[in-house]
Design a protein around this ligand. Structure first.
Ligand code: SAM
Length: 248
């Protein structure tokens, strides 16, 4: 996201009206217009009914959606899906849910999934939720139901006046921790040094999270995304943070 865009529109994001609830609040993303290309739209039309859902108020029945019972891992802010697609392939035993607000990014993810259908290893274990991950966690995900949560390169909102928009703050840590099963894992990666410190502080202060001193139930192997590649080329170092949900 281009920081210059933000200066012209420093407002509270007006959330959508759902039912009779209206919830204006600061969100970790800005609405971005994004038209789909024709191939993206065609892929969307073919895949979305099976693979995607819009955020809603109802609890998701993950087993029914995936057509099987398996450990569920949620990736927040999956962008164009590079990590989600690679990791879904590497972890066929996991039901992976990618959450993203940016429609063209989701469309690119669908295209990548579709491309695997002609291969020997079609991806069948990845689903996509379109909307705010905070709402997803609050309304759609049952407490203590997730084996893992991944947040790779959350928008750093580097200006002090935008810090309130950061996704990874104490209330989000509490929410994520409440949705993790005991022994489940939260894996975060960021290229922003100051945000990394703030994330570490908030994560370490969350009473339901602890350092992981047992074998992780999820893989920590990430592919390098285009976003990360760009960060590395300008010399940013990457910080990886991992916590486990307390087991007793
Ligand atoms: C900096 S990008 C990183 C994308 C991807 N993880 C990567 O490494 O390439 C952050 C992404 O998080 C998404 N995002 C930000 N806040 C979100 C939220 N509350 N719920 C879902 N997605 C969100 C943005 O739309 C954007 O695609």
């Amino acid at each position: 996201m281009n920081d210059a865009d933000l200066d012209t529109t420093e407002t509270l994001e007006q959330g959508p009206t759902r039912g009779n609830r209206l919830y204006p609040r600061v969100t970790s993303f800005r609405s971005r217009r994004g038209a789909l290309t024709l191939p993206q739209q065609e892929s969307w039309d073919r895949c979305w009914p099976e693979l995607g859902r819009d955020v809603g108020d109802d609890r998701l029945d993950m087993d029914a959606w995936f057509g099987r019972s398996a450990p569920v891992v949620l990736e927040i802010g999956s962008g164009t899906g590079t990590a989600a697609v690679t990791m879904a392939r590497a972890e066929p035993h996991v039901n992976l849910v990618a959450v993203e607000v940016y429609k063209p990014g989701i469309a690119q993810t669908l295209q990548q999934i579709e491309r695997t259908y002609d291969t020997d290893t079609p991806i069948r274990n990845l689903r996509i939720l379109r909307g705010d991950a905070v709402e997803v966690l609050e309304h759609m995900v049952a407490p203590e139901s997730l084996t893992g949560v991944r947040v790779f390169f959350p928008d750093p909102w580097p200006k002090a006046r935008h810090h309130k928009r950061r996704l990874l703050q104490p209330p989000t840590f509490a929410l994520i921790a409440s949705r993790l099963q005991p022994g489940g894992v939260l894996h975060v990666a960021t290229d922003h040094a100051e945000y990394a410190e703030a994330i570490a502080e908030a994560g370490n202060a969350e009473p339901l999270l602890t350092s992981l001193d047992w074998e992780s139930p999820i893989s920590h192997e990430r592919p390098v995304t285009k976003f990360e590649d760009k960060a590395q080329r300008v010399g940013s170092s990457i910080t990886e943070l991992v916590w486990g949900k307390i087991r007793a």
